[in-house]
Design a protein around this ligand. Structure first.
Ligand code: COA
Length: 313
């Protein structure tokens, strides 16, 4: 088996492999696949390829494409995934993963992390067999954009729309709390910044879900708004940030949050009260997943919403 970098001319075939493989696996566990169409899966691979050439690989056997996988390098931490094979149990997933780990190592990422759905024992076994261990349970939370309950106890927290002048400070805070070096992602995604006594103590990013047509010039109504990445020093500050998104007309209210059909986030549950606070804000828990880690041990998980697109954990 040969594993090589994906080329632009491979995108359609690789997207089809990814979509079909996840559809097969998702349906056999009674859940919806992450991409409804091949075009959506190909578009994801194209975004990853354009952002980082060499970050998507394909496996070939006898001239046929049999596997695909991607990674995102964020300084000393690489996020692996998605990985898919055309035929299970023949070593394709392992070969793709080994090549991604080699590329992570070559790129200076001594820590590798990934997200895996809790319903997916084959993927869990693949990763556990390569030394990955679970470091977080992730709750997929979802809510209509109606105003939420007002949160008290903001303790002098000031939440404002992000400005260019915030960038350096919030990238520094993010690096300290998550280990990621992701100034480019944060420059594009961060919408709100929280300060206490002048210091940045948290931020929240949001975007219209790319795969559902948000980039295609829709008017915003009916879109899914993905919340995250969001990180805060303190769990209560993270939920104050979130409640601002839901507050009508508040300084932190996002116009596209009010117009969206649904708000979605992937919530870290390492902070003991995180899931309880999300439920208190009216979010429903739809699915569960896990963050797995290998290599250099991660810092203690901060209160956070994980970045969904690009997936960075
Ligand atoms: C998950 C997936 C990529 C695995 O690919 P694969 O080609 O079957 O993987 P491999 O053949 O290399 O097998 C991986 C290892 O897991 C082992 N394994 C698989 N299922 C197992 C289970 N339920 N319990 C224990 N071990 C298991 C295999 O025996 C193999 O071990 P080995 O490396 O020691 O030989 C593949 O099933 C797939 O494409 N699934 C759909 C998409 C998906 O869910 N992707 C992962 C999410 S990011």
């Amino acid at each position: 088996m040969d594993v090589r970098a994906l080329k632009t001319s491979d995108l359609e075939l690789a997207g089809a492999l990814l979509q079909h493989s996840f559809e097969r696996s998702s349906h056999s566990h009674g859940v919806a696949p992450p991409w409804r169409t091949v075009a959506q899966a190909s578009a994801l691979l194209e975004r990853y390829l354009q952002a980082e050439p060499g970050s998507v690989v394909v496996a070939e056997e006898g001239g046929a494409m049999v596997g695909v996988g991607a990674l995102r390098l964020r300084g000393e931490v690489a996020t692996i995934g998605p990985i898919a094979s055309a035929i299970d149990g023949r070593g394709v997933g392992g070969a793709v993963l080994d090549e991604l780990l080699r590329r992570a190592d070559e790129g200076g990422a001594g820590a590798q992390r990934l997200y895996v759905d809790a319903w997916n024992p084959a993927a869990y076994a693949l990763y556990a067999g390569r030394g990955f261990g679970v470091v977080d349970t992730v709750a997929h939370v979802e809510r209509a954009p109606a105003p939420g309950p007002a949160l008290e106890s903001a303790r002098g927290l000031e939440v404002r729309p992000a400005e260019p002048g915030d960038h350096e400070e919030l990238v520094r805070l993010d690096r300290k709390l998550t280990g990621h070096d992701r100034g480019v992602d944060l420059g594009v995604l961060v919408r709100l910044v929280a300060r206490r006594r002048g210091e940045v103590v948290g931020y929240l990013g949001a975007q219209v879900a790319p795969q559902e047509g948000g980039e295609a010039g829709g008017d915003g109504s009916g879109d899914t708004l993905l919340l995250g990445p969001a990180v805060a020093v303190d769990a209560s500050d993270l939920f104050t940030l979130l409640s601002q998104v839901l507050a009508p007309g508040g300084e932190g209210a996002l116009a596209d949050a009010a117009e969206a059909a649904v708000l979605r986030a992937r919530l870290s549950t390492t902070a003991p009260a995180a899931a309880m606070a999300a439920i208190g804000l009216g979010f429903r828990i739809r699915e569960l997943g896990m963050v797995m880690s290998r290599g250099a041990p991660p810092p203690a998980r901060p209160p956070q919403l994980y970045s969904i697109d690009p997936e960075v954990v």
